[in-house]
Design a protein around this ligand. Structure first.
Ligand code: COA
Ligand code: ZN
Length: 311
C-alpha cells in the first residue's frame, strides 16, 4: 500500500489574500468545490484578520456559511492572527485554527502589530483558550528560513519558537518559508532535530516558490519524514506583509511529484486542472504550476499526431 501524505490547500487564503483582484465569494466557493472534486480533503479557506488589513478576506464568515462545515471527511482550518480572530473562527464553526508567529520583531510588527514577545504571549493565550474549547491548533512559524525585513533566520530561532509553541499546547507546527528564500540544507538543519524531538506527525511545511526552490525543499522535507505539506492551487500566493514573496508551491506540482514518487495524496492532478481554470478566471490572470505546461504540451503533441498531413 502506498504511504499517505497530506496536502493542505491554502490557495483560497494565502493565494487570494494578495491578488490585485478581489475574488468574490461565489467564485471562491466554485474553486473550493473544484478542489474537493479533485480529491483535496484538507483546506485553509479563510483567515479572520482585520478586513482593512486584508480586504480579500473580509468575506470569511460569508464564505464559511457556504461550506460543508459538518462534513467529517473534510479538514478545514481558519488562520487567526489574534484572540479576536480566534473567537471569530471558533464562533463560525472551525474546529481547527492556524496561528501565526513570525521569527523576528519586525515581521511580527508588520504582520500583527505586535513585537515578537507580544506575539508569543498572544499565541499562548489563543492556545490556552483553544484547549478549553477543544479546538485543534497549528502554528505557522513564519519566516523560518528568512525574514522579509531582517534577512536570513538562524536555524535555532524557528526551532526554539516551535518548542515554545508545542509546550504551550500547539498540536501541529507549520514551518514556513514565507518568502521562498530557503535551501535544502537549511531544511535539513531546521527539521532534523525537530523531527527527532517531536516526531513527524506534528509538522507541516509551508513553501513559497519565489526562487524556484519549493519542490527541492518539499522533497528534502519528505525525505526527512515530513508527510504534511501546504500548497496552493496554480501556485497562487504571496503575503501582503512580506514584500517579494511570490506564490506557494503549486498543488498540482507537489501532487505530481509525490504521486510519481510512490506516495498517495488522494488527489488527481488531472482533476486539479478545473480548479486552476477557475482560479485563473477568478483572478483574471493565468495561473498554473509547471506540470500543467508539460501536460498541455503533451496534449498538443497528441493532437498534432492525430491531424491528417496537409502537405
Ligand atoms: N478581526 C477583525 N477585527 C479585529 C481583529 C480581527 N482578528 N483584531 C482586532 N480587530 C479590531 C478590533 O476589534 C478593533 O476594532 P475597533 O477599533 O472597532 O475597536 C481594531 O481592530 C483594532 O484592534 P487591535 O487589537 O488594536 O488590532 P490592530 O490594529 O493591532 O491589528 C491585526 C491587528 C492582527 C488584527 C491586524 O494587524 C491584521 O488583521 N493583520 C493581518 C495579518 C495577515 O493577514 N497576515 C497575512 C497572513 S499571515
Ligand atoms: Zn504563505
Amino acid at each position: 500500500m502506498r504511504e499517505k501524505v497530506i496536502i493542505n490547500e491554502v490557495g483560497l487564503r494565502d493565494g487570494l489574500q494578495n491578488q490585485p483582484v478581489i475574488v468574490g465569494t461565489a467564485d471562491k466557493k466554485r474553486l473550493f468545490d473544484a478542489l474537493v472534486a479533485a480529491g483535496v480533503r484538507h483546506l485553509e479557506p479563510v483567515s479572520f484578520v482585520h478586513p482593512k488589513a486584508v480586504p480579500a478576506m473580509a468575506d470569511a464568515a460569508d464564505l464559511t456559511a457556504l461550506l460543508p462545515m459538518q462534513d467529517r471527511a473534510l479538514h478545514l482550518t481558519a488562520l487567526v492572527p489574534n484572540l479576536k480572530g480566534y473567537e471569530r473562527a471558533r464562533d463560525t464553526g472551525y474546529r481547527t485554527v492556524a496561528l501565526v508567529l513570525s521569527t523576528t520583531d519586525t515581521f511580527n510588527q508588520r504582520n500583527l502589530n505586535m513585537s515578537l514577545e507580544q506575539a508569543i504571549a498572544s499565541c499562548e493565550a489563543i492556545l490556552a483558550q483553544a484547549r478549553k474549547d477543544g479546538v485543534q491548533t497549528r502554528t505557522y512559524i513564519a519566516g523560518s528560513f528568512a525574514c522579509p525585513y531582517d534577512g536570513p533566520t538562524p536555524v535555532h530561532v524557528p526551532q526554539e519558537l516551535t518548542r515554545r509553541m508545542i509546550a504551550a499546547g500547539s498540536h501541529e507546527i507549520a514551518i514556513a518559508d514565507t518568502i521562498g528564500a530557503g535551501n535544502p540544507k537549511q531544511m535539513q538543519d531546521i527539521m532534523k532535530p525537530l523531527l527527532r524531538e517531536f516526531g513527524s506527525e506534528r509538522f507541516f511545511v509551508h513553501l513559497h516558490d519565489t526562487r524556484g526552490m519549493a519542490a527541492a525543499l518539499a522533497w528534502t522535507a519528505c525525505d526527512l519524514g515530513v508527510r504534511k505539506f501546504d500548497a496552493s492551487i496554480g501556485g497562487l500566493g504571496g503575503c501582503p506583509f512580506a514584500p517579494g514573496a511570490t506564490g506557494n508551491v503549486a498543488t498540482e506540482d507537489i501532487v505530481y511529484m509525490l504521486e510519481q514518487s510512490g506516495f498517495d495524496t488522494g488527489i488527481s492532478v488531472e482533476g486539479l486542472r478545473e480548479a486552476v481554470a477557475i482560479a485563473s478566471a477568478a483572478t483574471q490572470s493565468p495561473q498554473g504550476g509547471r506540470i500543467l505546461k508539460w501536460m498541455h504540451s503533451q496534449e498538443l503533441r497528441a493532437q498534432a499526431k492525430q491531424e491528417p498531413c496537409r502537405t
